[in-house]
Design a protein around this ligand. Structure first.
Ligand code: KIV
Length: 290
């Protein structure tokens, strides 16, 4: 299937970027960190639709089509039921809606863990059908062989360590990681393993701050934090969380807006105007030509 196309503004509501910028590449993101240091942190947000991608693109370095779309878009309880088809459909939409950011698409639970070959098959489909530049997968040491297999075959991989939501049943919940010495050591080993396997960047999720800092300082590849530390080489959030679409706000989220409230007020006004016949007015109706 196609990757990017020029949006047809005569038939669509889309507003393309007037002057498309050159898209960031995996090597540029990787090389953002030089000699173990990052001057300006990388900006990453989740995106699931073309319009959302258009709005975020100019401000971000990386757009992540996260499997969090299971909860955010599909109202699922966890990311576990998310399918490859869902990721492909949303991934293609985000690539179409963006010009500048590197688009990374999550590999969903069950699609890559069985073997490196299986992971390659799924990752190749995701890349071919969406036009994204890289895939993300969860796991550290256990996934190192798979990460090496993919990167050696042309598939850039962003890794994800610490709190890995696809492993919620093993971890027993979504609590922060790294509180025990054992967890601390595991996170450090995981980071090193994915770097050595060829990952170009790694997300560190729900990791207590001192360990997030130690991980960032110890790795050559960018460490992108979520619920981690401002010292990381970049930050990622679920866009709907930071915009205030949901009542529940995880501790690590800063709510920059209360979009749910804006929508509630706006739709209440619309409903009232429909019910009182205040909408539509002459401005919004077609009259016979004079
Ligand atoms: O699925 C997702 O949105 C993610 C981010 C929270 C890092 O993996």
């Amino acid at each position: 299937m196609s990757t990017t196309f020029q949006l047809d503004t005569s038939t669509s509501r889309a507003t393309p970027t007037p002057k498309p910028r050159k898209r960031l590449t995996v090597p540029r993101i990787r090389d953002h960190k030089q000699d173990g240091k990052t001057k300006e942190p990388l900006v990453m947000l989740t995106a699931y639709t073309a319009r959302q991608a258009q709005l975020l693109d100019t401000h971000c370095d990386i757009l992540l089509v996260g499997d969090s779309l299971g909860q955010v878009i599909y109202g699922l309880d966890s990311t576990l039921p998310v399918t490859v088809d869902m990721m492909v459909n949303h991934g293609a939409a985000v690539v179409r809606g963006s010009y500048h950011s590197l688009v990374v698409v999550d590999m969903p639970f069950g699609a890559y863990e069985a073997s490196p070959e299986k992971a390659f098959e799924v990752a190749a489909r995701i890349m071919a059908d969406t036009g994204c530049a890289a895939v993300k997968l969860e796991g550290g040491e256990a996934m190192a062989e798979t990460i090496a297999f993919l990167t050696n075959r042309g598939i850039p991989v962003m890794a994800h360590v610490g709190l890995t939501p696809q492993a919620v049943n093993v971890l027993g919940g979504y609590a922060a990681r790294g509180r025990s010495q054992e967890e601390h050591e595991k996170i450090m080993r995981d980071g090193k393993a994915v770097q050595d396997a060829g990952a170009f960047a790694v997300v560190a999720e729900g990791v207590i701050e001192p360990i997030a800092v130690a991980l960032t300082q110890s790795l050559e590849i960018p460490v992108i934090g979520i619920g981690a530390s401002a010292e990381c080489d970049g930050q990622v959030l679920v866009t709907e969380d930071m915009l205030g679409m949901f009542e529940r706000v995880p501790r690590f989220v800063k709510r920059y807006e209360n979009i749910a409230e804006v929508i509630d007020k706006t739709v209440a006004q619309y409903a009232d105007e429909v019910r009182t016949r205040a909408f539509p007015t002459a401005d919004q109706t077609y009259q016979p030509k004079k």
